[in-house]
Design a protein around this ligand. Structure first.
Ligand code: HEM
Length: 458
């Protein structure tokens, strides 16, 4: 921001009428002359006595979140600061921890101890949060609003520090990579590092963008490296981990969602090729995916086949409850010829391939949810302290404290359970995706009991 001119309180007082309106919020002077008619709360409140030409900090913070003043279109209304004063409400530095109670997990809170996280996890968490806040968050807010997919520029920056590879968890695919600028060695990267990544990326409050942040690769790539041929792996894995090509998992259909065994997309052998025909629905990242890890019905059961975008493949966006930045698509395969070499696993064994993938996904989703829930708790606590009703903050009302207490109890329980499961994942014999299948029961229960923090009535 440019250096601000200093203004006296006496000077501000002179600008208190229609067409000439200044107010002071936290020592900053805003010129609202043109904005007044556009103000979402209406112009009249701004011309009220004690607001127009006055210090209106308490009034403002009783009605708005601080973030309102940080939005570019409002930040530019600031014309100066009051002489001799300094702002008291500060924007947290990128990478810093929140001071709001329960906004951070206990391992990041002062005075708490942890059996799970090392100093390296702490350094990693700090670096990830800073990277996300500085590089990804502005893009997340932009894309969430305009519905466009993540830009190649941000994807490139993410792959420079190996975010895409790390989102696939620990394993041999990390070998030789410089993770987060060398913050963590590939052989030391564990499921707690990955959990940190998942909780941090959901702190933006941009649900559609989090899925649009190449979630398709996170769920679509494991079947390729667990079941694809060496040739297929050698081509696809580097392309996807470097962010040069995009991948989507194409299982769900209008006819079969959770009922995977009811899929109707068919693949019929024709010499060295499969001929694939059918449709897929709700395919995350599908509008911009180059490859589709696709569940197909074959003669003797289900088979998973990797299909490249090309002749006979078409995708159209589906309007969803969240932003179209996620690239949710309706995918049509119309007599698509796919080399038999693109088969993932044994023909007819597709259900095992699909189900083996779900464990890691469920665990990943739980981590993302916990990260988002922390932000909800933070926002609710901040607002309940800030908002004055009946002459006192909302937190003075027992019913509000009760709601907050319930939310916090649920998220703490979920976080602790999640960390216990993550510890087990780190300790099962190998760190391959298939090995965590032995933890299916706790992962399923954890995911199924995922607390919905916003639902106060449960
Ligand atoms: C720089 C000055 C201001 C800006 C940029 C601003 C902006 C906004 C915005 C964006 C909203 C929509 C709700 C939200 O996003 O939080 C809003 C609502 C509102 N604002 Fe302001 N505002 C300003 C100053 C004020 C002041 C000084 C008052 C009080 C006198 C005021 C009273 C209201 C009211 C009553 C609402 C409606 C709140 C509701 O629906 O619950 N605003 N304002």
């Amino acid at each position: 921001m440019l250096p601000q001119r200093t203004i006296t309180i006496e000077e501000v007082k002179k600008h208190n009428k229609v067409g000439d309106l200044w107010i002071i919020i936290d020592c900053k002077v805003f010129d609202l002359s043109k904005f007044a008619d556009l103000h979402p709360g209406g112009p009249n409140v701004l011309y009220a006595e004690g607001v127009a030409g006055r210090e209106a900090t308490d009034t403002f913070f009783g009605l708005h979140r601080h973030e309102v003043l940080l939005r570019p279109q409002y930040a530019r209304l600031q014309i100066g600061i009051i002489e001799g004063e300094a702002e008291t409400v500060k924007v947290p530095a990128p990478g810093s921890l929140s001071k709001v109670p329960y906004a951070e997990p206990s391992w990041l809170s002062e005075g708490y101890f942890t059996p799970y996280y090392s100093n390296n996890h702490r350094v990693f968490q700090k670096a990830i949060r800073k990277f996300f806040q500085e590089i990804v968050r502005p893009e997340a807010i932009r894309c969430e609003e305009n519905g466009k997919r993540i830009s190649q520029e941000v994807v490139d920056k993410m792959s420079d520090v190996e975010i895409i590879a790390m989102r696939l968890g620990p394993g041999k695919h990390l070998k030789g990579r410089t993770l987060m600028g060398g913050t963590v060695k590939p052989e030391e990267f564990d499921y707690f590092h990955e959990l940190i990544l998942n909780t941090e990326l959901s702190r933006f409050g941009t649900r559609g963008f989090v899925d649009g942040m190449l979630n398709g690769a996170v769920i679509g790539l494991p079947p390729i490296w667990n079941y694809g041929s060496p040739e297929l792996q050698a081509t696809i894995v580097p392309e996807v981990l470097s962010g040069r090509k995009y991948l989507a998992l194409a299982i769900t259909e209008a006819f079969a969602g959770s009922d995977v065994s009811g899929l109707q997309t068919t693949a019929v052998k024709d010499g060295d090729h499969w001929i694939v025909t059918g449709t897929k629905k709700w395919i995350t990242n599908g509008t911009f995916a180059d490859y589709f890890t696709t569940g197909c019905k074959t003669e003797n059961g289900l088979t998973v086949i990797l299909i490249e975008r090309g002749e006979g493949v078409s995708t159209t966006p589906i309007k969803t409850a969240y932003s179209s930045t996620a690239g949710t698509a309706y995918v049509t395969f119309d007599n698509v010829r796919v080399p038999v070499g693109n088969t993932l696993g044994k023909v007819g064994n597709g259900l095992s391939v699909i189900l083996s993938n779900f464990n890691h996904e469920r665990w990943m989703v739980t981590g993302c949810s916990v990260g988002a829930q922390r932000v909800i708790v933070e926002e609710c606590l901040k607002w309940a302290n800030q908002r004055i009703v009946f002459g006192k903050p909302l937190t003075s009302q027992a019913v509000i404290r009760n709601k907050l207490g319930k939310m916090i109890t649920r998220i703490e329980a979920c976080q602790n359970w999640l960390e216990t499961v993550t510890h087990q994942m780190n300790n099962v014999r190998s760190v391959s995706r298939v090995s965590i299948s032995s933890l299916i029961s706790p992962i399923l229960s954890l995911n199924g009991n995922l607390p919905n923090t916003c639902d106060h009535n449960r």
